[in-house]
Design a protein around this ligand. Structure first.
Ligand SMILES: [Zn+2]
Ligand SMILES: [Zn+2]
Length: 261
């Protein structure tokens, strides 16, 4: 059976992706309500009851909202590091089936090897992932203020990359809803990647093996899909990486499913 990968939704108020292989059905973050995640899995003909695990990058609510429904009620195993576990326990006060990993370590969920690495973001111990299936590798880079050397090295092997394009710098600066302190937080080295920073990350990690970049975690007020797309597409074209597809994911609906043999 082919490996299938679908972003069920991504944006600054909810993030969740789904990977299915012969031996694993994994969510990467669960940042929608249990009901929303159920509905979005149903579009793929799947149910939360058949999940083999949920990987959590960090404890912000746009990544963990659905854990109560999925992990407390359905007992889906929840993979995270210790500090993230403690933060989750403070928010939910429910008994979860935690599987603790050390940041930087790798572990297996069925036939998927999960590499973990630290990312600079204002959470307790935020991580990115490289999910290695039998044939392909999928990198996750959302929620990071800047891309460290380590981050670039860890996702350089990816065939598919989920990359944060949180905001357009000008739209964020001009935004009237956000107080200056919030803007400072977003712009800090432990905040979020803007479109241009993400474009540079894409240019740094690209190899002949990278076939698809999904742009994610867009701010509803401070970004637009075409701005994000244009920034990353232009940068990749500039360095001759025309073989890489670029698609923008949405908060509201799943992306198309990418399938590999
Ligand atoms: Zn987030
Ligand atoms: Zn976050």
């Amino acid at each position: 059976m082919a490996v299938q990968f679908t972003i069920l939704g991504s944006g600054s108020s909810g993030n969740c992706a789904y990977l299915e292989t012969d031996q694993a059905r994994i969510l990467i973050d669960a940042g929608f309500s249990g009901r929303q995640i159920r509905q979005r899995l149903a579009t793929l003909g799947r149910t939360p009851e058949t999940l083999t695990g949920i990987l959590v990058t960090h404890e912000h609510s746009d990544h963990i909202q659905g854990l109560g429904a999925l992990c407390a009620k359905l007992r889906v195993p929840l993979y995270c590091n210790r500090l993230t576990k403690e933060a989750i326990e403070r928010q939910f006060q429910a008994a979860f089936d935690f599987r603790i990993f050390s940041t930087g370590a790798s572990f297996e969920v069925g036939d998927v090897v999960v590499d973990t690495f630290s990312v600079p973001h204002d959470a307790y111990d935020p991580v990115g992932f490289l999910l290695r299936t039998v044939t392909k590798k999928i990198g996750f880079l959302t929620d990071l203020g800047h891309a460290t050397k380590l981050v670039i090295e860890r996702v350089r092997q990816a065939n598919v990359l989920v990359l944060e394009t949180n905001h357009d710098m000008k739209l964020l600066q001009d935004d009237v809803k956000r107080p200056w302190s919030v803007k400072q937080r977003i712009l800090s080295r432990h905040g979020h990647l803007c479109n241009d920073a993400a474009a540079n990350v894409a240019a740094e990690v690209v190899t002949s093996e990278l076939s698809q970049v999904f742009l994610g975690h867009l701010s509803r007020d401070c970004n637009k899909p075409d701005l994000a797309h244009r920034a990353v597409r232009a940068r990749l074209d500039q360095i001759g990486a025309t073989h890489v597809g670029v698609e923008v994911s949405s908060q509201d609906a799943p992306t198309r499913t990418v399938a590999f043999d």
